[in-house]
Design a protein around this ligand. Sequence first.
Ligand SMILES: NC(=O)c1ccc[n+]([C@@H]2O[C@H](COP(=O)([O-])OP(=O)(O)OC[C@H]3O[C@@H](n4cnc5c(N)ncnc54)[C@H](O)[C@@H]3O)[C@@H](O)[C@H]2O)c1
Length: 275
Amino acid sequence: MVKTPTRTPVAGRFKGKVALVTGGTNGIGYAIALELLREGANVAVSGLPHDAEGGRAAFAKEGYSPLIIAGDMAEEAFCKKLIDDTVAKYGRLDYLVNNAFSFIAKGLDATRADFHYSFNVGPFGFALMIQLAAPAMRKNGGGAIVNVSSISSWVAQPNRWTYNTAKGAVTQLTRCAALDLAPDNIRVNSISPGWIWTREVDKAAGGDREKFDPIWGQYHMLARMGHPIEMAGPALFLLSDDASFVTGTDLPVDGGYNGIGPEGLGQTSKIAGSR
Ligand SMILES: NC(=O)c1ccc[n+]([C@@H]2O[C@H](COP(=O)([O-])OP(=O)(O)OC[C@H]3O[C@@H](n4cnc5c(N)ncnc54)[C@H](O)[C@@H]3O)[C@@H](O)[C@H]2O)c1
């Protein structure tokens, strides 16, 4: 039985601050948004229209009612609306978490339209959100941005030209935006999660976590998959003043995925299989 870890929030760390988390109705974005709420921030989240009600119910169960805005990050007008509605509701914007992304995973069969949509939601959407958020952050004397990247930004994986090139672009966007926004005291960083059990992964596993957690878990030094809640601490660290001298960089949150060589797989597969 896979146990979900718990996290103790840093009480009041983000009190009086306002955060916008794209794709915050589900998975990793939801975990980050919930921990920001638990640490005192006012939070707005976006999600695809069919995810909005489920997100609202999940937050309500925890005693929170963040602003939830439904729409598609591929649409420029929606990105503008997200920033405008957040500032209209909470009066300011301090933090942006660019998290919503397209999961189109295609390689030799990828069409130009597949690339267009992947990049439109992904690095183009991230870039536009940063451009739109910066003026609001400048008004507060600064801010911080976390882009949710991936191990897929760093390695080759089969049949993933669309997803991996889009994530690769997020890495360079993070660096370039960090350089250009440093004079405004706006820091820009990314996290690169390993395999995290969210619904896309659950779908791929046909819902059988007991069977597939060890199979995909063995790719990580820790010989297991990650939980969405394990992405929240590192993301909140990068947003917080504890990271005041950290910008333009990536924090792998991948259980050692990126550092393991093929020789290590024998060891991790034994551990994963014995759990
Ligand atoms: N799950 C993993 O193993 C994993 C690994 C590395 C990186 N990531 C990254 O983490 C982020 C979140 O992934 P997740 O696994 O939590 O996904 P998820 O499917 O659980 O949640 C995705 C969220 O994004 C929203 N979303 C998706 N497409 C959107 C669009 N076009 N417009 C607006 N909102 C949209 C959804 O409504 C939802 O709120 C993504 O950037 C993903 O690439 C995930």
